[in-house]
Write a protein that binds this ligand. Structure first.
Ligand code: SF4
Length: 355
């Protein structure tokens, strides 16, 4: 077995750092939690996680998964216990096995590599990532140069670039927009990774357009609804918070962005944790209001553990601040909609089905 993309072996048991139970220290004013909503599982994550579970149920363990199915160490560890084996590349998978492609998507070369190896592939790419892939293909065929705003090395970016490798230039930050060299600046369009900061991406586009006035916008938002909604919610909550706690893994782009957005919008401090046990007593010194949110790959149970620990520390009053309702639903990957006996599984999968 290989290593996962954040460099840590997936088989390593997760042992959260131990700390003493949080204590209820007095602060000026009354203690409370502002709980951001929407938070946690999006429809694409829900679908991808259920796809792995269903594949194991349907084909038996092990089922191989290329890269982390979603960027959350808890989810990955739980799926490992059920019989998933996470690998970096299809070459590590025994011929004839089943392999699931993660929610972040893959390049056509990876799909071909799996086929060449005789693997039965199940594509759990989020449909909103597939939409960006299709845009990349379409605009490259029309001879556009594509400026892809995203983070180098992220699986989603590698997958998207792989759909138009000759025509795509990666822009990693607003600063890179000031210096990027574009061979032919006439037919130019920008696309983006789905999980970026909306504000930072717009700043990158602004700077690009200063240099390339003909730059065209994508036909619709590439930053997905879940990323945008979680950022809007934390923007509303952050100005009132002495501390914001974001539940999510270090390699989860949208979770890391939530920490940055919380700080930009006025939270005095903001930290990301995988587990409640990572909250440090000193973070709560003098803190009256704690904001809590979670990234799009985080099961709600992990947020509830944070709330329980905060309650021990006197933050038992919880007010949920809701800025949007989410009702997007996806169906299972097509390879899993009909089982061996011909029985259909047409359930609708949304972020709330996995609370
Ligand atoms: S964060 Fe957005 S793009 Fe990623 S899986 Fe969720 S809905 Fe899809």
């Amino acid at each position: 077995m290989s290593t996962i993309t954040n460099g840590a072996p997936v088989s390593t048991p997760i042992v959260p750092e131990r700390r003493a139970r949080l204590t209820d220290e007095p602060v000026a004013g009354s203690k409370r939690v502002l709980l951001a909503a929407p938070r946690g599982y999006c429809a694409g994550v829900d679908r991808a996680v259920i796809a792995v579970e269903k594949a194991i149920e349907q084909y038996g363990a092990p089922v191989y998964v290329r890269k982390q199915i979603v960027h959350n160490i808890h989810v990955v560890t739980e799926l490992e216990k059920r019989g998933a084996i996470f690998v970096d590349e299809v070459e590590e998978v025994p011929p004839g096995s089943h392999i699931v492609f993660s929610a972040h998507g893959v390049s056509p070369a990876v799909v071909q590599g799996a086929a060449d190896r005789g693997l039965a592939a199940i594509d759990a790419t989020c449909p909103l990532v597939t939409k960006v892939h299709r845009e990349a293909v379409r605009f490259s065929k029309q001879d556009y140069r594509i400026l892809l705003i995203g983070h180098a090395g992220h699986e989603e970016v590698e997958g998207t670039m792989g759909h138009a490798p000759e025509r795509t230039i990666l822009i990693g930050s607003p600063e890179e927009a000031d210096t990027v060299e574009v061979p032919d600046a006439d037919e130019l369009i920008w696309l983006s990774q789905t999980t970026l900061s909306v504000d930072e991406t717009m700043e990158t586009v602004r700077r690009l357009r200063e240099r390339f006035p003909h730059l065209q916008d994508p036909p619709s938002d590439d930053i997905c609804y879940a990323t945008q909604n979680r950022q809007v919610a934390i923007k509303k909550v952050a100005p009132e918070c002495d501390l914001v706690i974001v539940v999510g893994s270090a390699n989860s782009s949208n979770s890391v962005r939530l920490v940055e957005v919380a700080l930009e919008y006025g939270a005095r401090a903001a930290y990301r944790v995988d587990y409640a046990s990572e909250i440090r007593q000193e973070w709560l010194d003098g803190v009256a209001t704690v904001g809590v949110t979670s990234g799009a790959s985080v099961p709600e149970v992990l947020v509830q553990q944070v709330l329980a620990d905060l309650s021990d520390a006197g933050y038992g009053e919880v007010e949920e601040i809701t800025t949007a309702e989410e009702d997007l639903l996806f169906s299972l990957p097509k390879e899993l909609r009909v089982d061996k006996s011909g029985k259909r599984d047409d359930r609708a999968l949304g972020g709330r089905t996995r609370a």
